[in-house]
Every structure is written in structure tokens, then in C-alpha cells.
Design a protein around this ligand. Structure first.
Ligand code: LRH
Ligand code: MN
Ligand code: MN
Length: 426
């Protein structure tokens, strides 16, 4: 299934007039307020978010999984699905592979397919949280932190293998997320587990090509429910610092205890030049992996406010690896991803409307009310015409969800692939 540019073009026609009216109205108002609207639109077009290879099929919980028909059953088909997302949204120009779930069988063919669809290979993710078939050692009691040297060595070697795989595809970053921790008090020595993790990460770091980054992802709990070795940004930052300049912290929105101030974490990491990557999702309770912006859109906007500030004011921080890390239990995964991409763009656009100079002045004056007015003024603006314009300029759909449905993408995928297919992933 490949969406042709003409199909999108045709589909856009009926909504073009409506779009132009609402865009002109908004652009006019924003220009009067001193915004450079075409710059905002072009920043939106440039903003690309990686789709994880494990999110294209229906996810599940430990209580079960309900298949979504026509799921991709090979990496090739997953890239095709991302191609569909990208042709409609023009913001999904990258894929993030999870190894060994999605090891390419033919590198040249996969690369060729991705190139043809304008999709880049972003960070590669290692997996030492599941035992692999025929592996000599088990990760039941941890991987990089394990008390057994043989287990640690196997986990280190896996990460080095993942770097090699990513290198063949043009990836430039390795993301390490560890499930390592303990389920009961006394099970682990915290210091030994942390030190082992640091030493193992240093061994991996030594195998990192010069132009690569090591992204250390944290998470407070799950699958271990008493302690996790890399439980928060502080642990991640310490480990990254212990490795060197090419190691950074990766923030996953779902990996915080309730009510954590994620925007503050993001902000300070950028100040220190240590924010390397970002996983988008949303949550009500824990690491729920829900559609981005579906539960706490204002929090997402506040996070984007800090990200935009950081991108504009912190040259010491590198460009970030952006990725959606959501799971889909009841929705069509592609529709869910389209909604997530839209929510990300919306939060980004709104954050770009914040008048940073006025905000700074109000902060200096301690005009708390004004500060809030400035933020909420931007947040309350309906920026969707800007998103439409950004998509229109790059050949995308005015309304990706409507186009997806009207072009009967899922129906075509089902007739191509059959109903009962199962994608690899969580
Ligand atoms: C862990 C996580 C991490 C994994 C992915 C499958 O909860 O967020 O990024 O690699 O989920
Ligand atoms: Mn994640
Ligand atoms: Mn997660």
C-alpha cells in the first residue's frame, strides 16, 4: 500500500477553500501580533518525529491483546506503514528500530525502501529486558547491572551488535532502556547494581562511533516494582556523565511518578546540554503509552514551551531524537499515530506563539498574572490552520485522519495482508 501524491492532492481539493479562509484569518491576526507566520509554518514542516517499529501493530496488556486487522508482519511492511503516515502527515520521516524485534534481513533492500519513502533511520533501541531465543544467559535478574559478569557481558555485546546494525542503516544514536531493578526490598544492593550499570555502559560507550550518541532512558518502575536501577533523570544524568560527552539523558513522558514537573526536568537538562532524546506519549496513571495529548495537552504545551526555549537559547544542547512511544490497544495504530503526530505539532505550534520577550519582561516584573496570560493566550489559540498549511506546503493531507479513512487505507492493508496478521512489539 502506497499513497500517491495525486490521491492526497485530490483529497485536499474539497477542503481547500475552508482551509484558506481559516488560515488567512489566523495568519492575519498573528502577523498583527508580531509573529512571523511563514517561519512558524516552515518550522512545523521541518519537525520530524520517528515512529517506533514496534508501534505499528496493536499493543496489548498482560491481560490480553486484541489484534487489529491488516497489521504489518515484517519490517518491510512496517516501513510501508510509516510511508503511509508520512505521505499524509509529512511529519513522520523517520523510523526507530527495536532490536531484536526488527532486525533487517536484507539491509540494502530495507534502506532502499526507506529512502524511496523519504524515511530516515533514527535511534536504534537495544533490548535486554527479554530473554532471546538460544541466548546463553538470562536477564531475569537484570542485564547491565546483573551480579553475574557473564550476563553483563552478553548484554554489553548485544548493545554493541545493535550499534553495528544501526550503523549499516545510517542511525546515529543508541537508546538504552533497562528493566533492571528489583521486585522486593533486599533483593539488590543498590550501589552494586548502579556501579555495574555504569561500568557496562562505559564498555558500550567505548564501542560508539564518534558521530553517535548514547541515550540513557529512565523509568521509575515496571517491570520491577520495588526499585529500578535507572529510575529517574538524576540517575540517567549521572550515568551519562560517567560515560562522556556523547552520552545524554532521554526523557519518556510516561516515565515519571504522578505530578512530576517534566517541563522543569527538560529545561534544566537542556541548560546542561544533556537532553538527547524524547519519547512522546500520554498517561493517566503510569507508563500508559496513550495517544500524545489525549490526557494532558496543557502539560505537553508547557513541555514544548521549554523545548522551544531550549532550542532557541541552548546551543550547548544537541538536536534531539524525537520519537513517539505509544501503544494501541483499541484504536487502529495508524489512526492513533496520526492523532499523536497532530498533537505534537499542535503543542509545538502553540509554544512558538509564546512571546518569549514579553514573558521575560513579565517575569522580571514579577507580574505573575501577565506570565500566565501570555502562556494561556498562546495555548488557547486554535493553531490547526497552521498545521494544515505546513502539510499543504509539503504535499501532505489537510486532514490526515479524514484522508486516511476516505482513502480506505486500512481496508487496502487488510486486502493486501489478510486479516489475521500480528506485528512484533509490545
Ligand atoms: C519502556 C519503553 C522503552 C522501550 C519501549 C518499548 O517502557 O518506553 O523506550 O524501549 O518502551
Ligand atoms: Mn520509551
Ligand atoms: Mn515506556
Amino acid at each position: 500500500m502506497k499513497i500517491q501524491q495525486e490521491q492526497v492532492f485530490e483529497n485536499n481539493k474539497k477542503n481547500l477553500k475552508n482551509h484558506e479562509e481559516s488560515y488567512d484569518f489566523l495568519a492575519n491576526k498573528l502577523s498583527k501580533d508580531g509573529h512571523d507566520v511563514s517561519k512558524i509554518v516552515s518550522e512545523l514542516s521541518d519537525f520530524q518525529v520517528a515512529i517506533p517499529s514496534w508501534a505499528l501493530g496493536a499493543g496489548g496488556t498482560r491481560f490480553g491483546r486484541f489484534s487489529f486487522y491488516g497489521e504489518p508482519s515484517s519490517l518491510e511492511q512496517k516501513i510501508d506503514d510509516i510511508g503511509v503516515l508520512h505521505s499524509l502527515t509529512q511529519t513522520a520521516g523517520a523510523v526507530s528500530l527495536h532490536i531484536p524485534w526488527d532486525i533487517p534481513s536484507d539491509y540494502a533492500a530495507i534502506k532502499e525502501k526507506a529512502d524511496a519513502l523519504n524515511i530516515k533511520f533514527d535511534a536504534v533501541n537495544s533490548n535486554t529486558f527479554q530473554d532471546q531465543k538460544d541466548a546463553a544467559e538470562s536477564y531475569k535478574y537484570g542485564s547491565l547491572s546483573n551480579t553475574s559478569k557473564a550476563v553483563r557481558e552478553q548484554a554489553i555485546q548485544h548493545n554493541l551488535d545493535v550499534i553495528k546494525i544501526g550503523d549499516k542503516l545510517g542511525s546515529k544514536a543508541l537508546t538504552v532502556w533497562l528493566a533492571d531493578g528489583s521486585c522486593f526490598p533486599g533483593q539488590n544492593n543498590f550501589q552494586t547494581a548502579f556501579q555495574n550499570t555504569q561500568d557496562s555502559l562505559i564498555d558500550i560507550y567505548k564501542g560508539l562511533p564518534d558521530d553517535w550518541k548514547l541515550l540513557v532512558e529512565y523509568k521509575p518502575y515496571e517491570p520491577n516494582f520495588y526499585s529500578t536501577v535507572i529510575q529517574d533523570w538524576g540517575a540517567s544524568l549521572m550515568l551519562a556523565n560517567g560515560c562522556g560527552d556523547k552520552a545524554y539523558t532521554l526523557v519518556d513522558l510516561g516515565h515519571h511518578l504522578p505530578n512530576s514537573n517534566i517541563e522543569q526536568i527538560v529545561s534544566i537538562l537542556q541548560l546542561k546540554g544533556k537532553l538527547g532524546g524524547f519519547h512522546f506519549n500520554d498517561s493517566k496513571y503510569g507508563d500508559d503509552d496513550l495517544t500524545v495529548g489525549s490526557i494532558k495537552p496543557y502539560a505537553l504545551f508547557l513541555i514544548f514551551n521549554e523545548l522551544v526555549y531550549g532550542m532557541q537559547n541552548n546551543p550547548q544542547n544537541p538536536d534531539l531524537a524525537w520519537m513517539i512511544d505509544a501503544s494501541h490497544n483499541v484504536k487502529d495504530p495508524l489512526e492513533d499515530l496520526i492523532q499523536s503526530l497532530e498533537a505534537i505539532q499542535e503543542a509545538y505550534a502553540k509554544a512558538m506563539l509564546i512571546d518569549q520577550n514579553a514573558l521575560k519582561a513579565a517575569q522580571i516584573d514579577n507580574d505573575v498574572v501577565k506570565c500566565q496570560e501570555i502562556l494561556q493566550g498562546a495555548y488557547r489559540t486554535d493553531v490547526r490552520p497552521l498545521l494544515e498549511k505546513a502539510r499543504l506546503n509539503t504535499g501532505g493531507a489537510l486532514s490526515p485522519i479524514n484522508a486516511y479513512r476516505e482513502l480506505n487505507v486500512r481496508g487496502s492493508l487488510i486486502s493486501e495482508r489478510g486479516k489475521h496478521t500480528v506485528a512484533t512489539g509490545l
